[in-house]
Design a protein around this ligand. Structure first.
Ligand code: SAM
Length: 305
């Protein structure tokens, strides 16, 4: 823990703790590399070495990272399946004054990864949550994409079922911003074909593959040409992907307000049923209810994964 942490922690103790003799502990949400093992901050290493407990999505992956940096410790598991069950354990440790750190296999926890439910519960229980920023595939891809768009919409993973995916794409097509999508190798060809079918074929697609790794590829092309580009070489379909579609070029098709409306859905979706969220946001913003409902349903399915 550095000097600022110590000062913040002391302030937090006096402001919120009040439990006799127990220092206020923190949950540290620690970003780790998305490939290159040296892409980790000094502060992240300090926290991972000093926290009383480290929770990891896959303990083998994180043990290897820690060992690479000379930290010999075995994390405990915290993943999408046991996140709720582990929450009581984490809050118990914090209540005893023990700092806890959480990491996922790659990048920033809670970004298409476990962590958000734990963070919410820890904050609701009155404990401090401290982000330790670092890599995330979204930001790495955007930084090298050279977009024309000033705004982006993070769509995460598209739904696996074709009908739901196409409904989501129909909504995304109307947003006046770049769209950022995560994708895995077994679905990349289908997803790129769906993008080419749903979007103006002239929009620029940036394929960011295997970022920070040996076979890193960053290629830009009109989305209409992307299926053929992928089909031309099997290596182009291997690894992990961030797909970025730059904002629409024409001014008539996009619906600038829809981006804001979808962000309202993102905020409300954890609190209410998809149909209710779509109804409320449609009334607030005037955006089409069917597009909002498809988006809310997709978010609900993501949370259940
Ligand atoms: N929490 C992570 C983050 O902050 O980026 C994302 C975790 S999500 C389960 C994994 C997805 O992130 C992959 O399927 C891929 O879409 C993207 N991703 C992760 N590492 C990547 C990399 N090195 N290059 C390209 N995409 C990557």
């Amino acid at each position: 823990m550095d000097e600022r942490d110590r000062q913040d922690s002391a302030a937090h103790t006096s402001a919120t703790a009040g439990r006799a003799g127990v220092r206020a502990a923190s949950l540290y949400v620690v970003a780790t590399p998305i490939g290159h093992l040296r892409d980790i901050t000094l502060r992240a290493l300090d926290v991972l070495a000093s926290a009383a407990v480290v929770y990891a999505e896959d303990t083998r992956v994180s043990s290897a990272l820690l060992a690479h940096h000379g930290i010999a410790r075995r994390p405990r598991s915290l993943n999408a399946h046991n996140e709720t069950a582990r929450t009581g354990e984490v809050i118990g440790a914090l209540a005893r004054g023990e700092d806890v750190a959480i990491v996922t296999d790659a990048g920033t926890p809670a970004i298409s990864d476990p962590g958000a439910r734990l963070v919410r519960a820890v904050r609701d229980a009155g404990h401090r949550v401290v982000p330790i920023p670092g890599p995330s595939a979204i930001v790495a891809a955007l930084s090298a994409a050279g977009l024309a768009a000033a705004q982006f919409h993070f769509a995460g993973f598209l739904p696996a079922k074709a009908g739901e995916r196409d409904a989501r794409l129909a909504a995304l097509a109307r947003i006046d911003a770049a769209i950022v999508i995560y994708e895995a190798p077994h679905r990349i060809a289908d997803t790129v074909a769906a993008l080419a079918a749903a979007l103006d074929p002239a929009r620029t697609l940036v394929v960011a593959r295997e970022l920070t790794k040996a076979f890193e590829t960053i290629a830009a092309m009109p989305v209409g040409e992307a299926p053929a580009w992928l089909a031309a070489d099997p290596d182009r379909r291997r690894g992990e992907f961030v797909l970025i579609v730059d904002a629409p070029v024409s001014t008539d098709a996009p619906d600038a307000a829809l981006g804001d409306a979808l962000r309202w859905i993102d905020a409300l979706a954890p609190e209410m049923a998809p149909a209710r969220a779509a109804h409320v946001v449609a009334r607030m913003t005037g955006a089409p209810r069917d597009a909002l409902y498809a988006h809310a349903l997709g978010r609900k399915r993501e949370r259940a994964r």
